[in-house]
Design a protein around this ligand. Structure first.
Ligand code: GDP
Ligand code: MG
Length: 441
């Protein structure tokens, strides 16, 4: 997968504006990568369309590379899809009634295990919990829940295998109310495939317990069938969210995306193992990283996001355009860059930058530090008025002494700075004449 995304990246380097044409291939790669992560096809289609419409026409500015910009759209859109906030359980508003959580899902996905995990989770919040066993098709299913109940020290209500699930559920709730239990978790039977019997039974159980949450338990490995699965359960039963299990495996968990997009309901928890402790809240950010699986590239985008305050960058850009760029701006730009970590690390993370040697990077780092020291030895007036330095050797001599550099080094910086500014001015003029394509150097 990560190979796919890297390919998409390389195609974009050097581009100044995202267009339908130049993001076509990268989007194809992204589409393929999402399918590989088991995101359902209709969801992928919708997703790629959204990213495209957002990205096209975007100018690449603010120190972010075009490929970063596209990947940021992808990331934001993924986050958006999964819900940027963590989704808690519903707060039951009916006073004096217990919080009831109903589990639903196919057989073997981890419903019963999730009941135990959730029971432990709620207990840790200081709540009293009771579980109800309504899977009457196998005696082993009731035993399983009872054992889990013992493990987490939560009582299990059951009536053997001869009662009807809805009746067991109703009686279980009565019992919980009598005992003034805070939370009730209702385990149900699943089938290998969606069928009417299962849905009817679930509907009846739901009616009997009036849950505050109905959680669809989904195996993270569910592939393309996730979208019809989610659709059926949501249409027939109505869900308030989902638990994505078996995320401890090496699956990319594309089903997470499908659940949210198809049902509009969030993933509330993630199962990460067979133990009762192996339940986590759902962190959309982590899931995005997992689905993208881009390691370094994603880290780079995150760092860029943290460090580059947009207004600051915009202001800087404006000053460049107006040719007001002075040593203060230069310093600011430097600080923005260094707040992202040493230059060397930054450049190593850039795809295609592998050929830059350590020595070259050290040299670039050293140059930047030297420039900073020199600028810091300037008076405020000199920083605002770089021309003062071009015209007055005695100023350069003073700055050299103050910063511990030679006069030649100071002169070099001033010459470089002036050349850069002239270039900016030329470019601005060109753009004002409508000839310039952009910020190429
Ligand atoms: P149910 O049929 O939906 O009730 O599924 P179970 O709760 O009986 O779980 C089926 C199998 O999946 C059991 O062997 C569980 O131990 C296992 N399982 C459940 N959740 C997880 C999980 O998050 N990670 C892993 N690795 N295994 C899990
Ligand atoms: Mg079960």
């Amino acid at each position: 997968l990560s190979g796919g995304f890297k390919k998409a990246w390389d195609k974009l380097s050097g581009v100044q504006q995202l267009t339908q044409e130049n993001i076509k291939d990268p989007l194809k790669d992204i589409r393929r990568a999402l399918l590989e992560a088991d995101v359902s096809l209709p969801v992928v289609r919708q997703f790629v369309k959204k990213v495209e419409s957002k990205a096209v026409g975007t100018k690449v500015i603010r120190g972010i590379r075009p490929d970063q910009q596209l990947i940021k759209f992808v990331k934001d859109e993924l986050l958006d899809l999964m819900g940027s906030e963590r989704a808690p359980l519903e707060d039951p508003t009916r006073r004096g009634e217990p919080q009831v959580i109903l589990m639903a899902g196919l057989q073997g996905v981890g419903k019963t295990t999730a009941c135990g995990k959730l029971a432990l989770h709620l207990k840790k919040q200081g709540k009293t919990v009771q579980m109800i066993a309504t899977d009457v098709y196998r005696p082993a299913a009731i035993d399983q829940l009872r054992k889990l109940g013992e493990q987490v020290d939560v009582p299990v209500f059951e009536m053997g295998t001869s009662a009807k699930p809805a009746d067991i559920a109703r009686r279980g709730i009565q019992e919980a109310k009598k005992k003034k239990v805070d939370c009730v978790i209702v385990d149900t039977a699943g089938r290998l495939q969606i069928d009417d019997d299962m849905m009817t039974e679930l509907k009846n159980v739901k009616k009997a317990v009036k849950p505050s949450d109905t959680l669809l338990v989904v195996d993270a490995m569910t592939g393309q069938e996730a979208s019809s699965l989610v659709k059926s359960f949501n249409t027939d039963i109505g869900i308030t969210g989902a638990i994505l299990t078996k995320m401890d495996g090496d699956t990319r968990g594309g089903a997470a995306l499908t659940v949210k997009e198809i049902s509009g309901r969030p993933i509330k928890f993630v199962g990460v193992g067979e133990k009762m402790e192996a339940l986590e809240p759902f962190y959309p950010e982590r899931m995005v990283s997992r689905i993208l699986g881009m390691g370094d590239i994603l880290t780079l985008v995150e760092k860029a996001e943290e460090s580059i305050k947009l207004e600051e960058a915009e202001e800087l850009q404006k000053r460049m355009m107006e040719a007001k760029f002075d040593f203060n701006d230069f310093l600011k730009q430097y600080e923005m860059m260094t707040s992202m970590g040493p230059m060397g690390n930054m450049m190593k993370m850039m795809p295609g930058m592998g050929e830059i040697s350590n020595k070259q990077m050290e040299e670039a780092d050293r140059k930047m530090k030297q420039a900073k020291a020199i600028i810091q030895s300037m008076t405020p007036k000199e920083r605002e008025n770089p021309d003062l330095l071009s015209s007055t050797p005695s100023r350069r001599a003073r700055i050299a002494r103050g910063s511990g550099n030679t006069e030649e080094e100071v002169s070099n910086l001033v010459v470089q700075f002036t050349a850069m500014r002239t270039k900016m001015q030329d470019m601005t003029k060109m753009m004002q004449l409508g000839q310039g394509p952009g910020m190429q150097d």
